[in-house]
Design a protein around this ligand. Structure first.
Ligand SMILES: [Zn+2]
Length: 395
């Protein structure tokens, strides 16, 4: 489809192209930018001068001449602005402050109160307090904070700022974005956690990769999909709910109301069942603050019930991932969320499932373990990208 691009849109795209090119080089020059981006020299000069005036780019002296005048070297000013990313998973909240290269300048973790329908404002207030601490800890810079992004599991509509269900609590169309923006007097952006994780894993990965699926396996399962270098969000922004695809038509009842959803077999909550099925005891779980840490400690201490439970979970995780690979044929799968901490016990099982269930030509698809802060940093870098580097025509 042909799209008409008007002059302001073209200027925005050219500026984002130049800024991204400078970001991705250690140092560069106006002539290099013109040669590598295909933009004409006058346009590049105009944009670079504007970026220098606005402190996004710095001149750092002269390079070596290749015949003519010595070129002036340019460097991206990574500390010219910051963004805050917040990851909410189960009862944990992780907050990071990143510079515009995505380097972490500050991070903190805290436990959130339990979310209930009646206590939702108290819950959100605790999130606001964490963000206020992060704002106070943001280094001073020419542009200050360019955005705050909140990553949430569940059905998140980033266009409307609303969320439908969260932590298995039915909260129909709660406008978290507006409530938090009113409280903090700063614009807030909300996005699905798995989308944020997918974005970060994609930008920090091999530049030849075009597609990637991030699996956020914890209390539930969310998936974020990158296709051709873009987040795929589908209608209403809620694509990627592979966690609620049916793997057993007559299976366990899921929190979504359906039966036999994948996340009933491959998320933290299935571990209770697997431990009991293996002959273990789950009474001791009642007061455990972090389920996965407790289970991992037991498994590392050679508790065979726990090892068997983790192996079973790995097999079901493998079945779902095989379905995703057969459907989307991505370059890579990145596994994040609390379950990924059990990589030693689950990765061999996932690979075993690949052998039986993935098309031979896709069996080499890599499954990598995501960094612990991928979702929080992903939220921050997603808003940085949308503000400074997005070269798409549609906004
Ligand atoms: Zn479900």
């Amino acid at each position: 489809m042909r799209q008409n691009v008007d002059a302001p849109a073209m200027r925005r795209i050219n500026r984002a192209t130049v800024l991204q090119f400078i970001r991705d080089q250690r140092t560069t020059s106006r002539i290099d930018i013109a040669q590598m981006t295909g933009l004409n020299k006058a346009t590049v000069s105009y944009i670079v001068d504007e970026l220098i005036r606005e402190n996004w780019v710095q001149e750092i002296g002269y390079g070596t001449s290749t015949g003519g005048r010595k070129p002036i070297l340019l460097r991206f000013n990574a500390n010219s602005a910051y963004a805050i990313g917040v990851d909410i998973e189960s009862e944990m909240i992780k907050t990071v402050v990143c510079n515009i290269r995505g380097e972490v300048a500050f991070k903190q973790e805290a436990v959130l109160p339990k979310l209930t329908v009646d206590g939702k404002h108290h819950w959100l207030q605790s999130i606001a307090e964490e963000i206020k601490t992060a704002i106070a800890s943001t280094p001073t810079s020419p542009h200050g904070l360019i955005g705050i992004a909140l990553a949430l599991p569940g059905l998140v509509n980033s266009e409307t700022g609303t969320i439908a269900t969260l932590h298995q609590v039915p909260i129909q169309d709660w406008n978290i974005q507006k409530t938090l923006t009113d409280e903090l007097k700063l614009p807030i952006y909300i996005e699905n956690s798995a989308n944020c994780g997918a974005w970060f894993e994609y930008i920090r990965g091999n530049s030849k990769e075009e597609s990637l699926v991030f699996i956020n396996a914890g209390a539930g399962i969310g998936t974020g999909i990158i296709i051709n270098g873009q987040l795929f969000k589908g209608k209403n922004g809620i694509a990627g709910e592979f966690g609620h695809t049916t793997i057993f038509p007559m299976g366990e009842r899921c929190v979504c109301g359906n039966y036999g959803c994948w996340e009933e077999y491959a998320s933290e909550r299935s571990l209770f069942r697997y431990i009991i099925e293996a002959g273990g005891n789950v009474d001791e779980f009642i007061e455990v603050p972090s389920l996965i840490h407790f289970i991992l400690n037991e498994a590392h201490a050679d508790n065979r019930y726990y090892i068997r439970a983790l192996n079973t979970l790995g097999q079901y995780l493998g079945i779902g991932i095989a379905n995703i690979i057969n459907a989307l044929s991505p370059d890579r799968i990145s596994l994040g969320g609390t379950i990924s901490q059990a990589a030693t016990f689950i990765l061999p099982e996932i690979e075993r499932m690949f052998h039986y269930r993935v098309f031979p030509s896709n069996r080499e698809t890599q499954v990598t373990i995501a960094g612990a802060n991928s979702v929080a940093i992903g939220a921050a870098t997603l808003i940085i990208h949308q503000t400074l580097f997005d070269q798409s025509i549609s906004i």
